[in-house]
Each structure stands twice: as C-alpha cells, then as structure tokens.
Design a protein around this ligand. Structure first.
Ligand code: MN
Length: 139
C-alpha cells in the first residue's frame, strides 16, 4: 500500500509530518494527536521503509504503550526477540521498560494508533536506529 492509498482511506486524519520526533525515526512519519484528554492517543503513519529507533517507555508502575494497527503492513520487535509482522486489526501490548521498535514494511505504508498507558514517572528513552542491515533481514 502506498502512502497516498493509505491517506485516502484513513479513518482518522493522517496529520502533518512528525517533525518533533523526526530525529528518532528513519524515513518520514506523520502524527495526528486524536485524543489529549483521559487517554492520550496518537495516529502515527509511516511511509514505506520508515521505522522508529529502538526505544523504551519507562515507568515505575504501569505505563507502556498499546498499538492498534489500522492500515498497511508493518513490524514490531522487542529486544532479543523475533520481529512480529503487523496487519490491520492487530493489537500490540508493549510493557513498560521493554526496549522495542515499530514501523512500516519496506514495501508498504503503515499506520497505527498509539495509546499511552498511564503510569508513574513515565518517560520515553530513545536509543539507536534500526540499521538498514537489521531492517533488511525482515521478511
Ligand atoms: Mn513504542
């Protein structure tokens, strides 16, 4: 799926380029905050090949992140584990304090809703990029 196909079929608006987090991504992503109240939810769209760096959603208690996949094809991987292919309808529960990355497939745009799970002393630590070598091994 191309970015334009995804954009034209997106239930929630794709929003503008995700410039504030661009330094933590390879490729271009788009962010539209669809809720800033009660539960914070962002609609994140990735062009084909775009992925975020390895990162950790820290929390002393609860916290973490949930991904609800809404379009395209992508990946989720936890440090030391096999990558998981993602398709629309998939739900990913990312525990706090687990190093991971998420992003598009090489040949398709990708979109997920990212839900911030509330917790105590939450912060996100951004780590190294997912290298072309690592990413290129995904099938
Ligand atoms: Mn994450």
């Amino acid at each position: 799926m191309t970015l334009e196909e995804l954009r034209n079929n997106s239930v929630f608006p794709v929003g503008g380029e995700n410039v504030n987090y661009a330094k933590y991504f390879i490729g271009t992503s788009y962010l539209n905050m669809i809720s800033m109240e009660q539960v914070v939810i962002g609609n994140v769209t990735f062009e084909p090949g775009c992925r975020n760096n390895w990162h950790i959603h820290h929390a002393d208690k609860a916290g973490g992140q949930m991904l609800l996949v809404t379009a395209g094809s992508g990946w989720y991987q936890e440090w030391g584990k096999e990558p998981q292919k993602l398709q629309p309808g998939d739900v990913v529960h990312i525990p706090a304090n687990v190093k991971h990355w998420h992003g598009a497939s090489a040949d398709s745009a990708f979109q997920h809703l990212a839900i911030e799970v509330s917790g105590e002393n939450c912060s996100t630590e951004w780590c190294e990029p997912v290298s072309d070598e690592e990413y290129g091994k995904l099938k």
